[in-house]
Design a protein around this ligand. Sequence first.
Ligand code: GLY
Length: 288
Amino acid sequence: MQPIVIATWKFGELAARAALPLLTRGAAALDAALAGAQAVEDDPAVNSVGYGGLANRLGVVSLDACVMDGRTLDCGAVAGVENIRHVAALARLVMEKTPHLMLVGEGAKLFAVQHGFPLECLHTPESVATWQRRGLEKSTTHLTHDTVTVLALDQTGSLAGVCTTSGLSHKMPGRVGDSPIIGAGLYVDNAAGAAGGTGVGEEILRIAASSVMVESLRAGQTPQEACELAARRIVEVGKRRNVKPAQIAFIALDPRGNVGAACTAGTDFHFAVGRGDCVEMKQAVAIA
Ligand code: GLY
């Protein structure tokens, strides 16, 4: 089976370039997806994920992440974690070392320290300057929420996914979006496929988007159809609620290596696809 990795946004290219060589050498999907997500967590220039992520209203960087293994439906998540950079790896440890699926806040931080994660300041000079500048702006259009979601299919035909973010910039302290919620920001099942979302977490949560997409794959739809279904549902729910559809995008991957992506109109969503020895950027279909 030819392995494949897909990842959200332009910085998804970094994730795909980190994950693809591992998949090509025979790594498991979860190891490769995690390496891809971690490359983005480490990049200070990406201000919505990991180190250099934009802070909440109090100026605190608070991270969310989850992982899921499509072979077993094993999954783990962390939310509202401060001073820990590699929260996707921490989510994996929750999956592997605890009987639980999610740890939050101080409990997640304590668990991280117990397992040797260093406590770090996650601010960079640039992220502090951007946070201060944006805090003075009246408009909310600057609020960023660009999660990296990485989906991988390995040589054995197994799927896995990882999702990691600092969430909405200037979010209320304690606010958690879709990214660490299994079934919202991510869902993976080898028997059907893998799917993930990025964008305004509240609206992704409202429709349990990744679960919707994976169930659509299970029912025989293609990854492209599954992503368009979820994007259409976001638009329809926006109409029912009499609000402008939020900026949201979806990606999906099936066990045969077919990929799909869709976004709501105005989102301008690009994503990376890596297979063979090549990573290419693609633009998603927009649904109005
Ligand atoms: N999708 C990321 C968030 O809303 O937190």
